[in-house]
Ligand binder design. Sequence first.
Ligand code: ASP
Length: 588
Amino acid sequence: MLRTHTCGELRAEHVGQRVTLAGWVNRRRDHGGLIFVDVRDRYGLSQVVFDPAAAPAATLTAHELGAEWVVAVDGRVRPRPEGQANPDMPTGEVEVLAEEVRVLNPARTTPFEIAREVEVDEVNRLRYRYLYLRRPRLQRLLWLRHRATAFVRAYLNRHDFIEVETPILTKSTPEGARDFLVPSRLQPGLFYALPQSPQQLKQLLMVAGFDRYYQIARCFRDEDPRADRELEFTQLDVEMSFVVEEDVMALHEALLIELAAAVAPAFHLRQVPFPRLSYAEAMERYGSDKPDLRFGLELVDIAPDVAGSDFHLFADTVARGERVKAVAVPAVFTRKEIDTLERLARELGAAGLAWLAFAEGAVRGSVAKFLAESEIAAVRERTGAAEGTTLLIVAGPDDLVGKVLGRLRTEVAQQLGLIPPDELAFAWVVDPPLFEWNVEEGRWDAVHHLFTAPQVADLDRLDREPGTVRARAYDVVCNGYELGGGSIRIHDRAVQERVFRLLNLPEEQAREQFGHMLAAFEYGAPPHGGIALGFDRVVAVLAGETNIREVIAFPKALSGVDPTFGAPSPVPPENLALLGVSVTEPGE
Ligand code: ASP
């Protein structure tokens, strides 16, 4: 090694030793002849002192050193002078008195500072990813990710799982997104699809008898990226044979509890065992299938109190079979704050936002004068609104009311600081519907994916009332994020064919797309089920980060572009010709 110690290693016990450090110049300060240089590597920082009296040549060189130059320094460890120890720095008790310094590589001025956490815009964060990653915070995040990966591997290995790699060049594995396609040179005019998940492959491994499988799997979905979504992402993908829901959930609950303790000990778990909510209950109480349970502010149905009201807006809504719901917020808002919340409600599609505030023994609000005193009293009683409470009320179709109040609930919780920052509120959301009606296409879609089994109790309604059939599926959520989801699969060919029919997949098309699965199910498919955790999201939540790109070494921008490499990029026409592909809309 070009060094004897790392920059994070030196302590009082090293005083008197001759050491060689190598790393990047974090900062250089000149102090009346003496030069102080902090040298940084992955392990930490060490202070090196250049004294012209002790090492004149080295001090001359030290004068030239710029930020991010790569250097090697020989010197002797000594205690820092009285009163100059830095308790915030692990190496803060000591410093190295330089004898010699070698410039291993000078550096240009970096486009942003590495040493200080000043905000960097997304373009530079991505274009100069190797510099952004040099920052100690990012180093910590990737280390956390590494520890999480190592932890889950060890955990699953301990529980008899086998890690199997599955192909990236494969055929469409629909998870509800668009596929990325790869043209084939050997079969010109034909395309591979990149896997949206290894779903079918892991099910085939169950048919093959592998019993307990996992993979840290890369998945590709051609969707619009968001702060919590990337075009390519990593799943902790698991499948198990001879299991029911409970087995998959129990194993992963224990895994998440132990993982959090191992890599994010500063967080505490709000509730163990994880609470379980039915999908219907989550939507009813939180207006979301991934509710943030770190705070209350539940949605309350106030229809019974306003159904008979002279205030027609509410009464008519109830008469139409729609909803009137309220969230009780422990705060009184200014007019301006209410306006902002109303604007958000309208942006989300609500016709408006009604409100009632109870303060100073009186009631105010947009509907205070339209509702009878007895109705207000009933609403207040039902929502438990104490003095100093504002009720935010939305009326309209069920899904819209849920969506709007669900968002307002998180919005005001954030504004009012009601969210404990050091909590992880894990929960299971179970019994979701198997199908949802796709209004645009006028057909049923699978909510999870088309291999998910219907609940046995609902099987007889499969053809009659598909919308009421619940799936044997489960999602794990935390702090308002869906961390993962899975299901017990259909292992019976007849049921699978009924589901394909319902999804309007004519037999021929089903055979064309999924013939391999149907065939496999005829050769002794064991009952099986599994789950996939969105691993980037799990790590982001455990790191307290809201943007998953912070925990991905080389993410893409929100536009889908990779600015480090400049991908995607055009290819020469002759390469396209080889693939039998022609481009009708050349990119830039
Ligand atoms: N393949 C599913 C997904 O990507 C997860 C699962 O059902 O195991 O959502």
